[in-house]
Design a protein around this ligand. Structure first.
Ligand SMILES: NC(=O)CC(=O)C(=O)O
Length: 324
């Protein structure tokens, strides 16, 4: 297993990782953002770019282990990929799905909850297929450091694509779509959640930005065609437009499967620059997040003040209110 930091990929070596981390102090600061007061503004995030197999138990064990390594290396927020307990394939989604309301019957839910509590970390649990009331969803669970479920995001925008000769895939043939955005207060700040194709819809990210998100996490599994073209672009523009952090986490690539995945799990800062990005192999990416960068970027370039509300306005339909 490799570990990635900045431009460097290394065999797991704790000293190496830590000497590469930015030298910054740990002073807590208060952010003037949507009245959110945080007690942590500088912390490590881990992106678990997992290799996914057709053995669910193996996938769970791999994820459990990578979460442990991430926590041992100081990560306070761990993000998993889209569809990490199950191959990204219509042949597997229903077979691997779990009903989270029956916790005893949901090994995935139990493992994530236990790991979050044991390590005292926040986990954005990637996504897995969920059964609920006869429907199948592509769902991300967020667990707090006490192991309790904090939020559940069901992929809102299902990925239907038809590029002749390249790719044909219709999630809507098997999944039902989620019907609401997900923004949640955690120990490491206010987190907006989207799953893969959700990243293509700027309004969702704007909504999270307007509601004071510090970071948007997008577990994703972009394919080879769209991955090369726009995976990085999407993340950078969502971060730059909204002046916040964006983290993506993908499964690693298996070139022999029906849906080879692009990989390249990434952290982007509020200036739109890439903090760290992986290749396509299995890896654990650890990086430092400093929320004072959000404040700095917004002070240097006050987009919110420069917006022309009398010419255009963003309407938050979900709450039937206008923001900002
Ligand atoms: N899983 C997805 O939603 C894939 C996607 O968006 C892509 O472009 O690939």
């Amino acid at each position: 297993m490799k570990l990635t930091f900045g431009n460097m990929t290394t065999e797991l070596n704790i000293l190496n990782i830590q000497t590469c981390l930015q030298n910054s102090n740990n002073d807590d600061i208060e952010l003037d953002m949507a009245n959110v007061v945080l007690d942590v503004t500088l912390f490590k995030i881990a992106l678990c770019q997992l290799s996914v197999t057709s053995e669910k138990n193996q996938n769970l064990a791999r994820a459990d282990n990578l979460i442990k390594v991430a926590a041992e290396n100081g990560a306070r927020l761990v993000v998993l990929p889209e569809m990490w307990n199950c191959p990204y394939s219509k042949d597997f989604f229903a077979k691997f799905a779990e009903d989270f309301d029956k916790e005893d019957a949901s090994p995935t839910f139990s493992m994530l909850s236990r790991a979050a509590a044991f390590h005292g970390i926040t986990i954005v649990g990637g996504s897995v297929p969920e059964w609920s009331n006869g429907h199948l969803y592509n769902t991300c669970c967020v667990f707090g450091a006490d192991g309790k479920l904090k939020a559940k995001h069901r992929k809102i925008h299902l990925f239907d694509i038809e590029i002749p000769g390249e790719i044909s895939f219709k999630e809507s043939e098997i999944f039902a779509a989620g019907d609401k955005p997900t923004i949640v207060d955690t120990e490491i700040g206010r987190v907006g959640v989207g799953i893969c194709h959700d990243i293509r819809f700027p309004e969702l990210a704007m909504l999270y930005g307007a509601k004071g998100a510090h970071i948007i996490c997008y577990p994703g599994a972009f394919n080879m065609s769209t991955g090369e073209l726009i995976w990085e672009l999407m993340q950078r523009i969502r971060a730059a437009d909204n002046q916040l952090f964006v983290a993506t986490c993908s499964p690693s690539r298996d070139s022999s499967c029906f849906y080879p995945i692009w990989g390249h799990s990434t952290l982007v800062g509020p200036f739109g620059g890439i903090t760290v990005s992986s290749g396509h192999e299995e890896t654990l990416v650890i990086a430092e997040i400093d929320y004072s960068q959000i404040e700095l970027q917004r002070k240097n370039l006050p987009l919110e003040k420069q917006m022309l509300g009398d010419i255009y306005q963003f309407v938050d339909k979900h709450n039937e209110e206008q923001t900002p």
